[in-house]
Design a binder for this molecule. Structure first.
Ligand code: PLP
Length: 388
């Protein structure tokens, strides 16, 4: 019997009851405190009208500090946005392309939204180079590094790949990028909250992600980190009055960029989402990602065992050191089975060409993993599924 210290946090997540919740890589469970924080936001709006901004604007800073701590980012280097797509577009708007330097390098296992943003940069003179994966699970670090040269502007990469959970060797990639004057933009969506992240140590220029998944914060609370010495360097074309030195001076016509991280803000921040995301970020900060990582490694190993017992195809790395929060696996008919599992509240997802993805989180019981695979067995043999 494992001594599972973290299981006591289940009390903060009543929504887990009556489900087998293995979908935190896509939608983290709602903490009950989120409702109280949302009520606080609404009360300020109702009771204080325009003066609610005296509460709301500091909350934008506090939200950034909370996420910043998880990223091990220095104070004042993180700003809140709505999602990764918006952040990537904002970062892309920081760059100019010349004939000598116009290359964008990333892998074919990139989350598609990021590719959509950078492919569109080709209309402005960029040239995208996509590095292939040899196995559909991992990306060869050397191959990626070889593609980064003196012509490279930006290297948008995922810390952990959304399809397989493979953890990229970010340090090596950032080292190569730095050596040739290129910038790594790290998408931490599938790493933050499940493996320790230290953006300074990793050496990246930018990092981003959102709160929907392992941070248990719901949609709308994305984040952007900019390496401290780079903050004043760029003037993003995607901008707005909250990025101005003095937004409430309402000066015209040009932008005068703030000196702080606020220069990477565009329009009015989506404050409600930050209240919604507060509980999750607080809980993760309190638990500490190191403890989550230890538990996750043990439980993803259990998933791999169950996958092997059934001779399903593993679509994630076998080595736990290379694997972040989720495990992907496939078998014939997996898409239909995933749909049925969700209908019975065994929460998981299915991605074309990948298979079923599941993720234990700090609130997961070992038995849930076993129940999940028993449910697959039942459905495959035509029997029904029900909770005990
Ligand atoms: C690695 C990664 N990046 C980005 C996203 C989502 O991007 P956005 O925040 O723009 O919806 C996801 C999943 O939804 C993801 O897994």
């Amino acid at each position: 019997m494992t001594n599972d210290e973290l299981i006591r946090w289940r009390d903060e997540f009543p929504a887990l009851e009556g489900t087998v919740y293995l979908i935190s890589h896509s939608l983290g469970c709602m903490p009950q405190k989120a409702a109280a924080y949302m009520a606080e936001y609404l009360e300020a709006w109702q009771e204080k009208s325009i003066t609610a901004w005296d509460d709301w604007l500091p909350e934008v800073e506090r939200a950034a500090e909370r996420v910043g701590k998880l990223l091990s980012a220095p104070s004042g280097t993180v700003i809140m946005h709505t999602n990764v797509s918006a952040v990537q577009a904002l970062i892309a708007s920081c760059f100019e392309y010349t004939e000598q330097r116009n290359k964008i390098v990333y892998s074919e296992l990139q989350f598609p939204t990021v590719s959509y943003v950078w492919k569109a940069e080709e209309r402005r003179g960029a040239r995208v180079e996509i590095v292939k994966s040899s196995d559909g699970i991992t990306i060869d670090t050397e191959a990626l590094c070889d593609a980064i040269d003196e012509r490279t502007v930006a290297v948008p990469i995922s810390h952990a790949l959304f399809s397989s959970s493979y953890i990229q060797d970010v340090k090596a990639i950032a080292r190569k990028a730095q050596a040739v004057g290129a910038h790594v933009i790290l998408d931490c969506y599938q790493s933050l909250g499940t493996i320790p992240v230290d953006v300074v140590d990793l050496g990246v220029s930018f990092a981003c992600g959102g709160s929907v998944k392992f941070l248990c914060g719901g949609p709308g609370a994305g984040y952007l980190y900019v390496r401290k010495h780079l903050i004043p360097k760029f003037e993003p074309r995607v901008t707005g009055w909250f990025g101005h030195q003095r937004p409430f001076a309402f000066t015209m016509p040009e932008q005068r960029y703030a000196d702080s991280i606020w220069r990477y803000m565009a329009g009015t921040p989506a404050v409600a989402a930050l209240y919604q995301a507060r509980a999750g970020a607080e809980i993760l900060g309190e638990i500490g990602v190191r403890a989550i990582r230890e538990k996750n490694k043990r439980q993803t190993a259990r998933v791999v065992e169950r996958v092997d017992e059934r001779a399903f195809t593993l679509k994630s790395p076998r080595d736990p050191e290379q694997r972040a929060g989720l495990v992907a696996f496939d078998f014939v008919g997996a898409a239909d089975i995933a749909r049925e599992l969700n209908r019975h509240r065994f929460y998981c997802d299915h991605r074309p060409g990948v298979g079923i993805r599941i993720s234990p989180h700090f609130y997961t019981r070992d038995e849930e993993i076993d129940l999940f695979f028993e449910a697959i067995d039942s459905l495959r043999s035509g029997r029904g599924v029900s909770f005990a």
